[in-house]
Structure formats: C-alpha cells, structure tokens
Unconditional design. Sequence first.
Length: 413
Amino acid sequence: MAKRMLTFEFVALVVVLAVVFVDGRRGGDEERGMCAVVVNGTGYPCKEYTVETQDGFLLGLQRISHGIERRGDGTKRMPVLLQHGLLQGGDNWVLNLPGQSLGFILADEGFDVWIANGRGTRWSHGHKTYSKHDREYWDWTWDELAEYDLPAMLEFVMTTTGSKVFYVGHSQGTIMGLASFSQPVVTDMLAAAALLSPITYLDHISSNFINAAAHHYIDRMVKTMGVREFNLRNEVGVKLMDYVCQREDVDCGNLLAAITGPNCCFNGTRIPYYLQFEPHSTSLKNLAHLAQMIRRGTFAKYDYGILGNLQHYLSLSPPDYDLTIIPESLPLWMASGGNDALADPVDVIRTIEQLRSTPEVIVLPEYGHIDFVLSIQAKEDLYDSMIAFFRAHADRCVLGPAQVTRVPELSSF
Ligand SMILES: *[C@@H]1O[C@H](CO)[C@@H](O)[C@H](O)[C@H]1NC(C)=O
Ligand SMILES: *[C@@H]1O[C@H](CO)[C@@H](O)[C@H](O)[C@H]1NC(C)=O
C-alpha cells in the first residue's frame, strides 16, 4: 500500500510539474497552433485551418500536404483525416519520430494528411459565442462530436481537396465514426475508414480504474459540479483520481496503465515530451455519457433521465445507434489489442457481428490502448497494412456528380 501511494504521488508530481510547465508557456501558445508548436522543426509542411461547426464551435484542423522526400512530384494526393481519442488531441499523430508517427508516415507515403481536433482541446479555437468559462461551452458529449464535428471536418476536407476522404479514428474517434456512419451525408464523403481500438460497446471494460469511476463517481460529480470542463490536470480530474485511487481494487501505481491497460511499445524517455501536450480536456458530461455506456451496455445517445429524454428525443429512453444502417459498401479496416483495457476483444467482436460488412481486422495481442498511436513499431505492426488497405480502395476517392458542383476551386487544385 505504502509503495503504491508513493508511486502514485510520483506520477501526480510529474503531472503537476507538467501543468506548471505548460501553464507557464500559455499565452504565447494559445495563438500559436499545433503546426508552430509541435510540427515546426520536423521539416514537414504544416498549415492551420479553422472549421466552424453548425453549433458554433471553431475546430482546429492541420494539414500536412506532403512528406519531406516526395515534395512536388505533382501527383494528386488522396486525403486522409485523422481523428484522435478521448483526452487526446491531434498532436498524438505526430508525437513520435517521423518514421514512427502515423501523421508523418502517411505524408511520406503520398497522402494529403488532415489532422482533426475536437471541441474543447488545446488546438481548437473556441466558440463563436461562448468562452471556455461558459457552461454552454462544455454542454456536449460524443453525440455532438459525431453529429457536428466529424461531418464539418469531412466536408471541409472534401471541398478543399475535391476528393472523398479516408478516415482514421482512434478510440473515441471510432465511437464518433461508427455513430456518424449511419448518416448518408457522412458516408457519401468517405472513401474508406480505418478504426484503431474500435469502440461501440463498453460493458466488458477491464480497467478497474474506469469501472470504479463509471459505477461510483462520475454521475455524483456531474450532480455536484454540473456541466463543466474535465481534465486530468484540473481540480475535477484530481478529485476523481483521489476518489478512485483510494480504492483497494485500483492500482494507480502506473496511472496510464491503470486507465488504458499496459502499453507494450512506448519509448519511455519520450513521455515528458508527450506530457507537454497531453492529456487534453473534455467535458464532464462526455465522461458521464461514456459511464452510461459502461453501466447500461448500450451504444446509444446520452441518457437525460425519463423527463429529459422525452424533451430531447420524444421517448422514455435514449435512441440506440444502429450499426446495421452503416452501408455494406463502405470499406472498413480495424485493429484491436489483446491488452486494451478499453476496447475489450469481447466488445470488439460484438461490434463486428452487428455490421453488415465484413471488415478487415488485425489483432495485436501485445497492444494496449495507447500503443495504436504511440507504439514505436506501429508502422510495421499495423500502419503498413492500413496503407495497403487505403491504396486498394483508391478508386473510391472520386466524387459523385452532385459533390463536384460543391467543390469551389477544383480546377485550381
Ligand atoms: C519555426 O521555427 C523557426 C525557428 O525554430 C522560427 O523561425 C519560425 O518562425 C517557426 N515557424 C512558425 C510557423 O512558427
Ligand atoms: C526515444 O525518444 C528519445 C527522446 O526523444 C529519442 O532520442 C530516441 O531516438 C527515441 N528512440 C526510439 C527507438 O524511438
């Protein structure tokens, strides 16, 4: 017990130091986007864009339009949109060395790489009307990420490039994907999708940390604290860790492993660098939604309780997302990990069984949840196979006639 607390205190100290470090540099960084802060110095081109969602959020989108080696070879590059997971940001695709990070690898392989950043993360740009101090700014869950953020970014990439888009989602990025792929307006913009750590059902989660939080604490926190920001570094996050790590059945000695499962293939000396950017913020309401999935075993919209559901959905319970609506013609590729404490293999199989199509699936027995973005051998383990899958579906990038007329500058591209 004493040893466990000691290591936990060490982890907490590292996190606190990281906060001080990051906060000390804010101000300058708030205007400087991810290209300037993370990608600058690598030699890759990087350009910042802002995309407005229908509900007024201003999302940050970065574009790495080509690699270092194959600069200016004139061929049209297929666009791919990378969508990060919970408590992460677009930086997670470019945090490792060039030959290890998916964002750089895809650019070197001839893709036009677009990096998505969800609302509330450091690389997004706030809201048209609300500031991060307003309740409304944090009043959303992944329902809104699927309904507003993903379609807005896909449409922006499609109209800018004049091509249908490949999608890569990790973790919550796969929840957003699978929830929104039931809308034809979304699948019409997609060429194919690759899902890392695919999640729709969460009832076999093996992380004691997450289970304790989901079953005992998160709803209580939402009740007492209301709709607001959640970050592992702010007081809400520290309070949650305090509660959960006191439990006998939760070992917080290695906090990341306690939350995500043990990761096999990290570069340990690089962790202080990751902590300059990660973890990012989400909303407490979003955590409450994920906790509902864990408790109820459903893939459904946010549960407001009977009265709230009547008001929001005109039904007593929240509507389910129906995986059988995802068109069979949309090519899907998935990778899941044997040590992934969040995308449990049992839940992944349940997801696959409900789909009408048969996705290509890679299973990596050693992989934990975060290995899919930060493993130093991910290229050999899975990215090469993903790239082959995209190339095999290159013909699907061609736009339909109705879409071509929506592309403003196709001829000048
Ligand atoms: C990139 O870094 C160099 C020096 O390290 C600096 O001169 C340049 O302004 C930076 N570019 C951006 C876009 O911040
Ligand atoms: C691990 O990270 C360190 C620090 O950034 C770097 O110098 C080293 O080359 C990395 N090693 C591998 C195998 O990626």
